[in-house]
Ligand binder design. Structure first.
Ligand code: ATP
Ligand code: MG
Length: 437
């Protein structure tokens, strides 16, 4: 094949053989979000670049190096969203969702774009599931979103995923910590990477998050944020821990978690698995809404990488529910037979079963081969004989038994009866029938 082009570097196609995994995981995410009272918000894939500069923060790697930014023909400076929170927060403000009262609880499933080097669990287009709460200052709100994220891992039976939490203080207490970090890292300046040199002046906490080996080594002995936070932040952190203890969610306090975005205050957390590193990261961002021009609105949330979650599930050998297979294939071997097959197939689909017939003009043998390939549970062959006699044989593909069915308006009742009789529990469930009835 001589294709004119291929997919963009760092982007991935999700093919039909794998898309069920995404659907399965996304269904669990939606279900859990719903259980916790969160409603979906969908925002555009691009925003005015200014939004990310202000919310994600212009000292972050994302804004400095990773954003897909461009100028439109009309002269607007836009960027593809590198994360989900900024757009959701903007929309919340723009549509005055706060007017209906707090808390506001939203979730999203979105593609994100970051100009990063492709690597294991790292792409340029990737997907995040995220949950956000606006207008909640209490530690119960922090614990609620942590529990929600945790519940998704539980539902998926993920093993060995650890929750690491930290508090990074607030604008009152953080400057003191920044000073301590500047002093400490300043003494090791020569050993730090190029990027960390600029971090040292502008945002020293970010050095704790550097992925360069030598910086990470030095960061290990850096002053600990928890020694610097104020009483309010301390009490809040204790409150979060108490809530997690109350519902038996295990965690470790890791003072090196600072998160990659500028907007975090107080609680930050990550769910980390040895196989893929950080799958989910989040925390509180009490200053974000004001930064975007709104009233002071304590808020928080998390983003979970769906690709990394799927890699983790695969590495742990967790099988996801396969999509249902074809219930019936109706083969047609004459013009009239093919037309009848088309008509009956359509009728069966109206009952929410899965039915297929020939759409590419095959002869009988290849049609039956196809029926086997798609694992049809029943099959039927319609030719002129069947049309003339008004009867056909319905075959159970598993047992091989055949039963006669009429081709008039009674076909559906007869088919469903046979189908249910020879059915296992899943068929029954699908039809909304109970064998005891
Ligand atoms: P990392 O430290 O791995 O770069 P991050 O701190 O930049 O992650 P966040 O911005 O907090 O990540 O995004 C939340 C989650 O989104 C991450 O935990 C991860 O699962 C996922 N994620 C982030 N960047 C990528 C990427 N380039 N490709 C795939 N998943 C990603
Ligand atoms: Mg990153």
């Amino acid at each position: 094949m001589d294709l004119i082009t291929q997919k963009v570097y760092g982007a991935e196609d999700i093919l039909p053989a794998d898309s069920y995994k995404w659907q399965f995981v996304e269904d669990i995410m939606r279900g859990q979000a719903q259980s916790y009272g969160f409603k979906e918000i969908r925002t555009p894939v691009f925003e005015h670049t200014e939004l990310f500069n202000r919310s994600v923060g212009d000292t972050t790697d994302i804004v400095q190096k990773e954003m897909y930014s461009f100028t439109t023909k009309g002269g607007d400076n836009l960027s593809l969203k590198p994360e989900g929170t900024a757009g959701a927060a903007r929309a919340m403000l723009e549509h005055k969702l706060f007017a209906a009262g707090y808390p506001i609880k939203t979730y999203y499933i979105t593609a994100c774009y970051r100009y990063e080097k492709k690597n294991f669990g790292r792409q340029r287009e990737f997907h995040q599931f995220g949950m956000e709460t606006y207008g909640a200052a209490s530690p119960f709100a922090d614990a609620e979103v942590i529990c929600a994220a945790n519940s998704i891992f539980d539902r998926l039976d993920v093993k060995n995923i650890s929750l690491e939490i930290n508090s990074i203080g607030c604008p009152d207490c953080r400057p003191k910590y920044h000073d301590a970090l500047k002093e400490y890292f300043g003494a090791h300046k020569d050993e730090l990477c190029e990027t960390c040199h600029s971090r040292l002046e502008r945002n020293p906490m970010r050095i704790l998050d550097c992925k360069e080996k030598k910086c990470a080594e030095i960061a290990k002995s850096a002053p600990t944020v928890l020694d610097y936070i104020c009483d309010d932040c301390k009490n809040h952190f204790e409150g979060v821990k108490n809530c997690l203890d109350a519902v038996n969610i295990e965690y470790t306090v890791n003072p090196n978690i600072v998160r990659g975005l500028d907007y975090y205050t107080k609680t930050v957390f990550e769910f980390v698995a040895p196989e893929v590193g950080t799958v989910c990261g989040g925390g509180r961002y009490d200053g974000l809404i004001e930064e975007l021009g709104g009233q002071h609105t304590p808020s928080l949330g998390f983003g979970m990488g769906i690709e990394r979650l799927l890699i983790l599930l695969e590495k742990q050998g967790i099988a996801l529910e396969q999509p249902p297979e074809c219930d019936i294939y109706i083969a047609g071997i004459s013009e009239k037979g093919k037309l009848k097959a088309f008509e009956l197939t359509e009728g069966i689909r109206n009952a929410s079963l899965i039915a297929e017939c020939d759409i590419i003009g095959r002869k009988l043998m290849p049609q039956m081969k196809y029926a086997n390939k798609i694992k049809a549970k029943f099959s039927m062959v319609l030719g002129d004989d069947e049309i003339d006699s008004g009867k056909a044989k319905l075959k159970n593909m598993l047992s091989g038994t055949e039963k006669e069915v009429p081709l008039d308006e009674n076909f559906y009742d007869r088919f469903f009866a046979i189908y249910v009789n020879g059915a296992n529990d899943t068929f029954m469930e699908k039809l909304g029938l109970n064998i005891q009835d």
